[in-house]
Design a protein around this ligand. Sequence first.
Ligand SMILES: [Zn+2]
Length: 511
Amino acid sequence: MRKLAIPAIATLMVTLAAAPATAGGGGHGHHPESSKRLREAVTVSGVRDHLKAFQKIADRNDDNRASGTPGYAASAAYVKKTLQRAGYRVTEQKFVFPFYEELAPAQLTRVSPAGAAYETDTYDFSGSGDVTGQVVPALNNVLPPTPEPSSTAGCAATDFAPASATAPQIALVQRGGCDFIVKATNAKAAGYDAVIIFNEGQPGRQDLAAGTLGGPFDLPVVALSFADGSALAAAAAAGVVTLRVQTSTFIDPEAVTSNIIADSRGGDPNRVLVVGAHLDSVVEGPGINDNGSGSATILEIAEQVSKLKVKTNQKLRFAFWGAEEAGLLGSEHYVANLTEAQRATIYANLNFDMVGSPNYVRFVYDGDGSDTGTAGPAGSGEIESVFTDYFTSQGLASDPTAFDGRSDYGPFIAVGIPAGGLFSGAEGVKTEEQAQEYGGTAGEAYDPCYHQACDDISNISNRALSELGDAAAHAVWTVGRLKGPLASPAVPAGAGSGAAAGGGAHGHPAS
Ligand SMILES: [Zn+2]
């Protein structure tokens, strides 16, 4: 569903924004009232220059820019230098986090009765290991599955029969009801040597889909599709089935990474607009769209705001988050380390995570929850309107996207700070209707290279960069210059309305 209705504040802004170009100096045509100059200064070629720098960095550092690796450190140094040169006060906020990397694909083979190898995948933060043993299903797997998700298999220690003390055994447990780490921990406590988690079985929960354990774990944990998992459970109930599980992973529980935080010289330090984008990639690839596109866009906006000496009422704080792919760890570290007084100075958060998807859609976070049912803290609806009304003023449609906490605005809305932002699409599939509106290919992912080695400099739509880049510049300018409260003053911790910071970063779910 597209946005058509135009609320008051944004209407005023857009009228001002739209008028100047056409009005040519009459009525509201003076530059100080429009984001136009900034939008024109933020060019695709300016953003691409930063993307090229990120690509070069990945080329020189094992093809990735993941937090905890030299590729991230070089990306952070590049951003820091660029912002210092543009006159910002830059700090590097270092923090410790658990680094995880899969070194070789997991293997799951049937030893007896002999059979084909299973299609499987490693859970993030699974330990390394090579275990051959009897498969023992959890006592409360729900088979056949209920129409709606209901399984709580393995969520209680008593859900696993005590494992053999003399021979290795492998637990087989169904997804649902609690985080994967809870199931794995209970299986380990019952004495199992490896864990297989299979999808629950309802539509959309049937494929092979490994998640994250959220932190270091020392046993092998691998995934199975519902079909394979339920068939295996039936076979194991009917007789002894022996499998071999092999995983190869590297975990550094105390890796170090950082956030780069850059404050504008001007603006009210008691009304800070945090403009954020994560700077890290996954280890699997250079992350030029996810999220080189977002960090390059806000970097270019920061440069042009400085070059044009744009005056804002709010102090602008450009934030480049580390370890987003490890579970929003950089933005969570930042918010968690704010004092109550510091938190109260944060006026709002704007987040840009993927704005260059090759098969893109102009997604705007549904701040008021009108389309997706999950509203952000008061003020988030106003931010949403700044974006949607800007697109309307340019004759461009936009689609709402859920405020599900799957990116770095999550920690902000979790403490009641209003937020908003843009997204061009990841693993989701473009609809026929969207293809008609946005072009591109229906039935294909918005970003077919999402979280893969091919998310490189060739995996970017310049049209997406241009349209979402301009909207981002317009929002920084508009929200940065607002007088008075957004809707209501930033509410103290815990008073946030409804929206919870959901599972890990977009990508591997925690449950
Ligand atoms: Zn991302």
